[in-house]
Structures are given as structure tokens and as C-alpha cells.
Design a protein around this ligand. Structure first.
Ligand code: KG4
Ligand code: ZN
Length: 358
């Protein structure tokens, strides 16, 4: 039996320092042997958002022992590692540079190949860590910096069907939380508050709901919340606003996902219709159940990463590394950090992001 690849993944694109060792079993199913994540919430809390310089400094302080712990927790030895995969973008350049340089140096020291990974591709492939997934599939990527519908044709092959024309969905959750006086990072707290509120209390706008295909827009929603938040007097009103916001997001995603289904089906001959939701916001249970119901009604199989792998982690980076390793797709040690690195480069550089709103 041939040795299964053992991949070290490293992630430092924003405010999580993470390292992971993964391999695959005899049936080719990926197996996570260790997954270490150190969040910097305490570093950035007092500033109400991520401060790049402080984030980079914290990555530098922690990266050594995070990688060491990932290796020791995996029960493997350094010399058994077959390749090192680091996030090269997109993200904060000062942060990316830490994990990227560390990964290159590590690969060079153990004389093994180095693989540069797109963080968004990590999210895109994260469901492979617990589910069998064939190409093509429709992906909704909803994170702190991105909100996109993508037709995923294969490793590195993405066609963007829709994107946000302003704020990302995670950003809308975070900004709403801030307006409600919730401490950074507030996005996940909205889900908690919403449970105690009346989702019908406030009628919030749904920007570009009836136009723009499956493109998204959340900035108008945030402005409406800003106005209402100023007049809020009781805790109950706060819960109601959180619940109304979350319900509005569910309605927007329901409508736009149906359009994305149609566009995806037009583009692909499908044996099986698969819809994957990934990125930090995919951890939201209300959004998950709304999209699961939509999939059931439209004959789609819905796939989500496990909740703990929705946010930033290095297992998803190692997952891309594993797929690239099997295809001998390695990178040289002069590979640059790419603060901007869209999955569908053609769409990203279209004038006005190529979004038709009429
Ligand atoms: O994927 P991710 O960890 O980082 C980026 O690559 O951006 O996503 C982080 C985003 C944040 O905006 C956070 O507020 C949001 O995901 N998020 C959530 C939940 N958990 C994380 N939003 C809504 N509900 C949640 N439960
Ligand atoms: Zn992310």
C-alpha cells in the first residue's frame, strides 16, 4: 500500500493563526489529524475591528508553537510531512506574509514541496473535509470579506455567477452588531440575540431584490438599521431588530439562491444538483436551515462544512494542498503574497465588477 500524503496547512490571512495536519484514508477520504486555531479576538477587541499591524505581530509571536502543536497533536513526525501549504491570499498583506514566509522556510528546511493556497479556495473545498463532493457544484461563499455565487468546475476552476456590489454578508452581520452595541466580533452574537426577538417587528429593505440576477447588496440594509438603532430604547427592541435583520437576510438569500440555481443549471449538464455553502456566515443555523429547506424544495443536495470549519482554519488550507499535491501542482519559493486574489479572475476585472442591475 502506497504512503498517503501528509500535508501541513498554515493560515494567517487575517486574525486567526492556524496550522493543521491532514492526510487521507485508504478510500481517499480526507482525515484531519490536528487542527489548531488561535484567535486574536482579545488583541483587537478594544479597537472594534482588526488592526493589521497588531494582527501581524501576534501571528509572528504564535506561528512557531501553533505549527509545533499541530505536528505533535497529529502524532506524526516532521520528516513524515510530504508538503507544506500556506495561504498566499487574499487577505491583509502584513498578515499573509507571516504564514507564507514561514511555510516556504519550513518546506525548504524539510526539503519538501511548497504549495501556495487561495484562502477562498480553502473555504470552497472545506466541505470535502467531511463530505464526499464531486465537481461541478454551486457554491455560496459568505464570509467577512466576500459574498459570491460561484459555479465550481474543478480545482482552480471557478465561474462567478453573482457577487455583492457593496458589503459582504459577514460584514453586514458585524456592522449590525456594532450598531446594536455588541462587542467585536459581533456577527455570531446576532444569531444569539435573534432567538429572543420578533422577526416580523421591523420591515427592512432588501436591496436589488428584484433586479441584478443573483448579485447581492447589503449596504442599504445597514443604513436602515443605523436609523432604527438610534431610536431603540429597550433590550427587547434590540432582540427584535436582530431577528428582523436575520429574517431579511434569509429572504434575500432564498430569492437570490433560486436565481443562482437557474443560472447554474443553464451552464452545466448535471447528473446531480449540489449546493455548497461555506465561509464564516455558513455557521449561522437559521441561514443553514433556510437554505436546506430551499434545496429540498428544488431537488438540490445541500452540503455545509462542519460548524467548526466554517470560520478561518488551516485544515481547509491543507485540503487544497492535498488536492494540489495529488496533481503535482507545486509553487516556487518566490511566490508572492496576493492581498487581492479573486477565484474568478476574469469576472473580477470586468468594468463595474460586470454587475448588470437592470
Ligand atoms: O470566513 P470567515 O471566518 O473569515 C473571512 O474569511 O472573512 O468569516 C468571518 C465572518 C465574520 O463577519 C463573522 O461575523 C461571520 O463570518 N460569522 C457569522 C456567524 N459566525 C461567523 N455571521 C452570522 N452568524 C454566525 N453564526
Ligand atoms: Zn475566511
Amino acid at each position: 500500500m502506497s504512503k498517503k500524503p501528509l500535508i501541513l496547512g498554515i493560515e494567517t490571512s487575517c486574525d486567526e493563526t492556524a496550522a493543521s495536519i491532514i492526510t487521507e484514508n485508504d478510500k481517499g477520504i480526507p482525515t484531519v489529524l490536528s487542527n489548531i486555531i488561535s484567535s486574536q479576538v482579545d488583541v483587537h477587541k478594544e479597537f472594534g475591528g482588526v488592526v493589521p499591524e497588531l494582527a501581524a505581530r501576534s501571528h509572528i509571536e504564535k506561528i512557531d508553537w501553533i505549527v509545533e502543536k499541530a505536528i505533535s497533536d497529529s502524532g506524526k513526525k516532521i520528516e513524515e510531512i510530504d508538503a507544506v501549504a500556506s495561504t498566499a491570499g487574499p487577505g491583509l498583506i502584513v498578515c499573509l506574509s507571516v504564514g507564507l514566509s514561514f511555510g516556504k522556510a519550513f518546506a525548504s528546511a524539510i526539503n519538501k514541496p511548497f504549495i501556495a493556497v487561495n484562502h477562498l479556495e480553502g473555504h470552497a473545498l472545506s466541505p470535502k473535509l467531511n463530505s464526499h463532493l464531486n465537481y461541478p457544484y454551486l457554491l455560496l461563499l459568505i464570509s467577512g470579506g466576500h459574498s459570491q455565487y460561484l459555479s465550481v468546475q474543478g480545482l482552480g476552476k471557478y465561474k462567478r455567477l453573482g457577487t455583492t456590489i457593496d458589503d459582504a454578508l459577514g460584514e453586514a452581520f458585524d456592522k449590525t452588531a456594532k450598531l446594536l452595541g455588541i462587542e467585536f466580533p459581533g456577527g455570531p452574537q446576532i444569531e444569539v440575540l435573534a432567538k429572543k426577538g420578533d422577526p416580523e417587528k421591523y420591515d427592512l429593505p432588501k436591496p436589488i431584490f428584484n433586479k441584478g440576477g443573483c448579485n447581492l447588496s447589503f449596504a442599504g440594509l445597514k443604513t436602515a438599521i443605523l436609523k432604527i438603532a438610534k431610536s431603540i430604547k429597550t433590550e427587547q427592541e434590540k432582540f427584535d431588530l436582530a431577528a428582523s435583520f436575520q429574517k431579511t437576510v434569509e429572504e434575500i438569500l432564498n430569492k437570490k439562491t433560486k436565481i443562482a440555481f437557474e443560472e447554474f443549471e443553464k451552464e452545466n449538464k448535471l447528473k446531480e444538483k449540489v449546493f455548497v455553502v461555506a465561509g464564516g456566515v455558513a455557521a449561522n443555523k437559521k441561514i443553514r436551515s433556510a437554505l436546506i429547506n430551499l434545496c429540498e424544495a428544488n431537488n438540490y443536495k445541500s452540503i455545509f462544512p462542519p460548524i467548526e470549519l466554517c470560520g478561518d482554519n488551516a485544515a481547509m488550507i491543507a485540503m487544497v494542498g492535498l488536492e494540489k499535491y495529488k496533481l503535482n501542482e507545486f509553487n516556487t519559493l518566490d511566490y508572492p503574497a496576493k492581498p487581492r486574489w479573486p477565484l474568478d479572475e476574469k469576472a473580477a476585472f470586468l468594468k463595474g465588477a460586470g454587475v448588470q442591475l437592470s
